[in-house]
Design a protein around this ligand. Structure first.
Ligand code: NI
Length: 400
């Protein structure tokens, strides 16, 4: 079967570091740390980068790290980004190297991202005299909260040397091992957190005519908000509006004075987000006025849409077809969010999913779930493929 992981041609140098990379991943998995608290993780990374002899090894973004593999000459530079934080999820994977940090888990695979990036640094450092340009590794904290990518950029990782191409991968528990998911253009959404507060007038449940029932108003609002995507956003656009939490009331025989709702908007463009927020305001104003309630709508956008550069994405796809086989390249953008988007706003580049699902081995987890698991065979495939991409990006960078 073409693309079957065991049949893929991984160079001997990659095979040679495979065991070490898996060991690194397991060590990190055992000791996950939350966003902005990646202190041990940072020390492990910095120590390893120094051991490998990288240049410009230093902490960035409070709990992140960077290092540079210097190629010969002043060729264009590539940035490889790996996020490093874990989630407040109690692990129930039954793995022998399960989390020893109670209530915290690498439930999104960022441990694998660190291990692959350190493996790439090791392989590239060994052959750095052959590289036409430099490769900067960025180990970014706080992808799961917010601000990690921007903090790295503020610490100057895009210059000195000037980065021409940004690359990175996310391990995937959905995509089968031996395949990737990549597409040009919008690939992850811009997430906007929303909070709505509706204020009515409380009272006795047996005297509703004296009150403005915030629960009833909230119910109408939630129903009407379903028309934002179905009736206001153009049918060829992509958008999501979800109300995930509603809180109201005190007890069954009291009419609720207020109701609070939180949710998320996901879009591929600022224009569609602005349209949706405007429509939400109008619906809230109309519905609340009809029932005699008032409202407040608050929203915060944590990162822009993640947009893959057409040329770099085509390069990743072409290289993917060669390595994994054409049948093993998926092109399915998602409405998830990842602040790799911030790097890709600054420089052309590409972010893609690396398959790590393997139903034959019973490895079929879900991201952010206590039972999240990956097939570690994906690590050496990520190494070989990452190496090919970096080599190709250095040889043939996008126009400045
Ligand atoms: Ni993630």
């Amino acid at each position: 079967m073409q693309g079957h992981p065991s049949k893929l041609r991984v160079r001997p140098e990659v095979r040679a570091v495979r065991a070490g990379v898996i060991e690194t991943r397991r060590d990190l998995h055992r000791r996950p740390e939350l966003s902005w608290q990646e202190h041990r993780t940072q020390q492990v990374i910095l120590a390893r980068l120094r051991e490998l002899g990288l240049a410009d090894v230093r902490p960035i973004a409070t709990t992140g790290a960077t290092g540079l593999v210097e190629g010969r000459g002043n060729g264009p530079a590539v940035l490889w980004r790996a996020d490093i934080d874990a989630l407040p999820v109690p692990e129930r994977s039954n793995l022998p190297f399960a989390s020893e940090n109670e209530g915290v888990m690498h439930a999104c695979g960022h441990d694998a991202h660190i291990a692959i990036a350190l493996g790439l640094a090791e392989l590239l450092a060994k052959g750095s005299s052959e590289l036409p340009g430099s490769v900067r590794f960025v180990f970014q904290p706080a992808e799961e909260s917010s601000g990690g990518a921007r903090a790295c950029i503020a610490d100057g990782v895009l210059d000195g040397p000037r980065i021409a191409t940004v690359l990175g991968l996310h391990i995937s528990a959905d995509v089968p091992v031996g395949s990737i998911n990549v597409a040009p253009g919008p690939f992850f959404a811009s997430p906007t957190a929303i909070r709505i507060e509706i204020t009515g007038r409380g009272g006795h449940a047996a005297a509703p005519h004296q009150s403005v029932d915030a629960v009833v108003v909230a119910a109408h609002v939630i129903t009407a908000l379903q028309t934002v995507v179905s009736r206001a956003v153009g049918p060829s656009e992509t958008a999501v509006l979800t109300i995930g939490k509603v809180t109201a009331g005190f007890r069954g025989n009291v009419i609720a004075e207020s109701a609070a709702m939180t949710g998320t908007i996901r879009t591929y463009s600022d224009r569609v987000r602005a349209l949706m927020l405007q429509r939400m305001e109008e619906i809230l104003a109309g519905v609340c006025a009809a029932f005699g309630a008032t409202f407040e709508l608050k929203h915060t956008t944590s990162c822009p849409p993640l947009v893959n550069d057409a040329r770099v994405a085509a390069m990743v796809r072409a290289e993917g077809e060669e390595f994994f086989g054409a049948a093993n390249i998926f092109a399915a953008p998602s409405m998830g969010a990842d602040d790799m988007a911030d790097f890709l706003q600054e420089r052309p580049g590409c972010y893609f999913w690396l398959g790590a699902r393997n139903e034959a081995k019973g490895i079929a987890g879900r991201h952010h779930d206590p039972g999240f698991v990956i097939d570690e065979d994906a690590l050496e495939l990520g190494l070989e493929f990452g190496l090919r991409l970096i080599e190709r990006a250095l040889a043939d960078p996008p126009a400045r």
